[in-house]
Every structure is written in structure tokens, then in C-alpha cells.
Design a protein around this ligand. Structure first.
Ligand SMILES: Cc1ncc(COP(=O)(O)O)c(C=O)c1O
Length: 305
């Protein structure tokens, strides 16, 4: 079995624009942790798998959409670490399964498709009881795997790199990864969360809820940037795809189509526009998600890689 690589490498990115603007940019290569359970998925699952095993659970149950990196990683982790897995999927069963769900099923994950309306009620006691009646008892992983144990795992990004960075940049979905980083930094540095959604007013409150649950505190040193969404989750433009191709050619790093590509595009734009003072040291987290390219290819979006 391929063991997770920890600590993940820290790579200095060399770019003439960074030099010109006097900033140093490092990338935390969490994409290299594991080919299947990479990035923030490993960080979030690590202590949850330990807790599930310690409490004697044999089955994991979690939630996600057709293209969910979290369902993909949970299916892989369950098969590698000896758990059964159930994935509750938002939406009716499609005629053709996405690349992500095909993989999850191939790893033995049982998929339960529920309507969008039913999905909204997924944490209701009666819904969870119905799932327990159907599948037997399970260890429940919330959406995106974001809970207090996930924050503990995400915090290790900072214990591995140290806190000597002025700005930490991380993509945001549920906010769990940012929340873990915020707790580990404990108020030091500035954190920018790059969201692929234009409007998500509940995100800051969710991050505060998560940090309060884990550390008892909320933090004011983070902001959410949604200037680089490219239209939302499953949206790409030729400019973004061209950026991914040139980023890989320059740095030897493949970015994912949903999160890290948009974040790095945004960071490069901000650096070019002089948004960071000379001497700023930036830490950018590569949160993995490379399986997402399978979905892009399936949808035949232009891709020359
Ligand atoms: C590759 C990748 N990066 C970043 C995120 C966002 O992480 P979080 O949900 O912890 O904000 C996700 C979604 O969970 C993801 O799959």
C-alpha cells in the first residue's frame, strides 16, 4: 500500500513576476501526499479514520455531489484502511455515472442517491436513522469531511511549515481547511481563502463555528476572496485552462480544475497588480483534487494536457 507522504514537500516557486514584485511564493505540496487520498482530503480524514477505528466502527458514511473529491477520497481511504463505505449523493442517479462516482463504486462504496430536497435534510435524526436501518451503524463524516478532527489534521500543514509566512492562501469550500489553519496559526499571519463561489454569505459563520468547536475561539485574521470564481464550481474558461498548462510547464505542478487553479490564477493576478507589499512571503496550499480532471475530460472541455 502507498503510505501517505508526511510532511509533504514545500516548494519555492520561481517566477520573474514574483522577483520583480519582491515577493516570495512557496507551495505546500499536499497534492503529493497520496495519489488517491491527497491534499486536504488526507488531512481531514487522517484523525477521523483513527477515531472510527478506535471506536470500533467498520463502516464510514458521508455525503457529496456527483464530482465530490471528498466522496472519491473517502471511498479510496475506506478500501485501503479496511472500512466499508456508503456515499449519500445529492441528486437522482444519472444515466451515466461521473468519473468520480464510477471510481467510488469501483472501490466498493455503496451509493445512495437522494433528491436535492431530501439532501437538505441529511442531518435530520430521522434521515440518519433510516440510513442506519438500511446500512447498519456507521461513523458519520460530514460534508467535505469538515469536523473538529479534520481541523486538527489541517493544522498540521502549519506545524510542518512553521508560521514564518506573512500570508497563507488556501482554497475554500466548506471552510474546514482554512479553519484548521486558522486555529494552528492562532492569530498570526494573514489568511486568504479563495472560494470558487461568488456568493456564500454563510461561509465566514461556518468557519467561525468550526474554529469555536475545535479551539473555543474565532479569528479575525482571515478574509474570503471570491474575485476569481470563473463562474462557479463546474465552470472553466480557456484562459484558466491555458494558465494551468503554463503553470505546470513552469513549475512542474499540476493544479486541479476547481480550487487550486483558480486560487493560483488569483494570487498571480494580485501579485501582478501589486496587492502584496515587497518582502511579503506567501504560502499557498495545494489541496489536491487532481481527480477533478477526470470530470473535465468526461465533459469534453478543452484540455491539452
Ligand atoms: C481539492 C480541494 N481543495 C479545497 C477544498 C476546500 O476545502 P474546505 O471544504 O475544507 O474548505 C476542497 C473541498 O473540500 C477540495 O476538494
Amino acid at each position: 500500500m502507498h503510505s501517505p507522504i508526511e510532511p509533504s514537500p514545500l516548494q519555492l516557486l520561481r517566477d520573474e513576476v514574483y522577483t520583480e514584485r519582491g515577493v516570495e511564493v512557496y507551495m505546500k505540496r499536499d497534492d503529493m501526499i497520496h495519489p488517491l487520498i491527497q491534499g486536504n482530503k488526507w488531512r481531514k480524514l487522517k484523525y477521523n479514520l483513527e477515531a472510527a477505528r478506535a471506536a470500533g466502527y467498520r463502516r464510514l458514511l458521508t455525503f457529496g455531489g456527483y464530482y465530490s473529491n471528498h466522496l472519491y477520497a473517502t471511498a479510496a481511504a475506506a478500501s485501503l484502511y479496511g472500512f466499508e463505505a456508503v456515499g449519500v449523493v445529492r441528486g437522482e442517479e444519472p444515466a451515466a455515472l461521473s468519473h468520480t462516482l464510477q471510481f467510488a463504486r469501483s472501490r466498493g462504496m455503496r451509493l445512495k442517491f437522494v433528491s436535492r430536497a431530501a439532501y437538505e435534510q441529511r442531518y435530520d435524526v430521522s434521515f440518519l436513522e433510516m440510513l442506519r436501518d438500511t446500512y447498519g451503524d456507521f461513523y458519520l463524516l460530514p460534508d467535505g469531511g469538515s469536523n473538529a478532527l479534520a481541523l486538527r489534521g489541517a493544522g498540521e500543514i502549519i506545524s510542518e511549515t512553521g508560521s514564518g509566512f506573512d500570508v497563507v492562501c488556501v482554497p475554500c469550500g466548506t471552510g474546514g481547511t482554512l479553519a484548521g489553519i486558522a486555529c494552528a496559526l492562532n492569530g498570526s499571519s494573514r489568511i486568504i481563502g479563495f472560494s470558487p463561489l461568488r456568493g456564500n454569505p454563510a461561509l465566514v459563520e461556518e468557519i467561525n463555528r468550526l474554529t469555536r468547536e475545535y479551539s473555543g475561539c474565532t479569528y479575525s485574521n482571515f478574509t474570503i476572496c471570491n474575485d476569481f470564481t470563473f463562474g462557479g464550481y463546474a465552470r472553466w474558461t480557456d484562459a484558466l485552462i491555458d494558465f494551468v498548462v503554463s503553470f505546470e510547464a513552469k513549475h512542474g505542478i499540476l493544479l486541479d480544475p476547481i480550487y487550486t487553479s483558480k486560487m493560483m490564477y488569483g494570487i498571480n493576478t494580485m501579485i501582478r497588480e501589486g496587492k502584496f507589499a515587497r518582502g511579503t512571503r506567501l504560502l499557498c496550499i495545494h489541496t489536491g483534487g487532481l481527480q477533478g480532471w477526470g470530470g473535465v475530460k468526461q465533459e469534453k472541455v478543452k484540455w491539452s494536457g
